[in-house]
Design a protein around this ligand. Structure first.
Ligand SMILES: [Zn+2]
Length: 465
């Protein structure tokens, strides 16, 4: 054991040194993507930059995969095992913010409030470091980077999984920016989203209301029914909606109205039942208001299937790499961000500097991710690192701010190092891969067949337009 570990340290040292040396280079790439802040399926510059970066390093590039112009796969080496690292690069609408510890917009349409600029570049850094190690050591196999667009509501990876692009992959590694460092075996929420479009008959709202049928009534009746449903679904269900079109003027009976729904559950089977009920509510609402309704599924993702054996490996390497250390400037930045979040400049949790103890969290609330679908196709392992000041929630201006300065860059490099070491460990120990597949198949069930929740719809390339 000791001998193996020493050998591993000998091999990993140059990899860690390379990543240290290139920290500012990768930081500058991430800042470009942060600055462009391109929305889902519109990440043309961000995707091109990542492709160029990997191409220059000798990767072969397959771009526009799964009928998505900004999706790509970069590959190096040949044969088995095939280890894949995922990258994301889409921004969020609104949430434009300068890299300052006070709320100040840059006046742009979008911002990187989920840190996907770091996600994309950190994963590329890890992939390139593994490639260089393979080149230098003569390690056989294939290392790939999956350029995955439109994570935020676009379900980009679902189309990639549905197209079979991961079918030959042995293990998938991913990470996500956060405000602490952890590599737990944790799950996420399955999610289905759709736009319900009601059609009625317009008429003068005062002069001839009896001639009209209000599409907005349809939306309101549906929302009312769904809000009553909440009492009768499992406690951990999440349902949210926004009315994206409610008519144009009060004196015109609206002939069109649209409501955009998300429903989530930690269990896909429950979600499917809840979703059928929501669809029935839309039909009932249309019937009762004399309108018609159709819905378009926009996104749908599985809950993450955590693989404990892989998570323990990633945790070991994350603990070895360690958390993020702040210099004086970063401490003062963090104090101001903390003040804006909690009213106190203390950020004494030290969650940026420490690595959380290993934990198995099957029913973590919070968000959904399209990594979920991939995790049911290939054994998948993920981690989070502190790219944001402790206690910062995702999708906040504070996340955009820290992601645009050195704290974001440092957190990104912790992730890059951990993923590179994890990938190397898997290449060097085929037993780890075998064990992961055994756990994966027993958890997934032998008869499991992947079927995307989005059905056969083509990628919703215009969902942000
Ligand atoms: Zn995200």
């Amino acid at each position: 054991m000791l001998i193996t570990f020493t050998l591993f340290s000998q091999q990993s040292l140059p990899v860690l040194n390379e990543l240290d040396e290139k920290e500012h280079y990768y930081g500058s790439l991430a800042l470009k993507i942060w600055d462009w802040a391109e929305l889902g399926y519109l990440e043309f510059q961000s995707s091109a930059l990542l492709q160029e970066t990997l191409k220059k390093e000798g990767f072969s590039i397959n771009s526009g995969v799964a009928e998505i112009p900004t999706a790509f796969i970069a590959s190096y080496g040949s044969g088995k095992p095939i280890i894949a690292i995922l990258g994301e690069y889409d921004a969020l609408p609104g949430l434009s913010q300068d890299s300052l510890p006070l709320k100040k917009t840059l006046g742009k349409a979008a911002g990187h409030a989920c840190g996907h600029h770091l996600f994309g570049v950190g994963s590329a850094a890890a992939t390139i470091a593994v490639k260089n190690w393979m080149q230098n050591s003569g390690q056989t196999g294939t290392i790939r980077y999956y350029g995955c667009p439109a994570e935020e509501g676009g379900s980009g990876k679902v189309y990639m999984a549905r197209a079979g692009l991961l079918d030959d992959v042995d293990i998938v590694i991913h990470w996500h920016p956060g405000s602490s460092n952890s590599a737990n075996a944790s799950s996420s929420l399955a999610n289905i989203s759709a736009k319900f479009r009601f059609k009625g008959i317009s008429a003068h709202a005062a002069g001839a209301p009896d001639k009209g049928r209000s599409a907005l009534d349809g939306v309101e009746a549906m929302n009312h029914m769904v809000n009553m449903m909440r009492e009768h679904v499992p406690d951990d269900t999440r349902i949210h909606y926004v009315i994206t079109d409610g008519g144009k003027a009060p004196n015109v009976v609206p002939d069109f109205a649209e409501v955009y729904y998300y429903a989530r559950s930690p269990r896909r089977a429950d979600l499917v039942n809840i979703w059928e009920w929501i669809v029935k509510a839309s039909e009932g609402a249309a019937m009762g208001t004399g309108t018609r309704v159709e819905h378009e599924i926009i996104g749908g993702v599985y809950e993450i299937l955590p693989i404990e054996s892989l998570a323990r490996i990633a945790h070991k390497h994350l603990a070895h790499v360690g958390g993020v250390q702040y210099d004086e400037h970063e401490k003062s930045f963090a104090r101001q961000i903390s003040e804006s979040l909690t009213g106190s400049p203390e950020f004494s949790s030290f969650s940026h500097a420490n690595v959380e103890p290993f934990e198995i969290k099957m029913r973590k609330g919070g968000g959904s991710t399209d990594v979920g679908d991939i995790s049911w196709v290939v054994p998948t392992v993920g981690l989070r690192t502190a790219t944001w000041v402790p206690n910062t929630p995702a999708h906040s201006w504070q996340a955009v701010a820290a992601g645009g300065m050195s704290i974001g860059r440092k957190g990104m490099m912790v992730a890059a190092k951990t993923m590179a070491l994890t990938a190397m460990d898997l290449f060097l120990n085929p037993d780890h891969i075998k064990e992961a597949w055994e756990e994966f198949e027993s958890k997934r069930g032998k008869s499991f067949q992947y079927k995307a929740l989005i059905g056969d719809r083509p990628p919703a390339l215009d969902y942000r337009k």
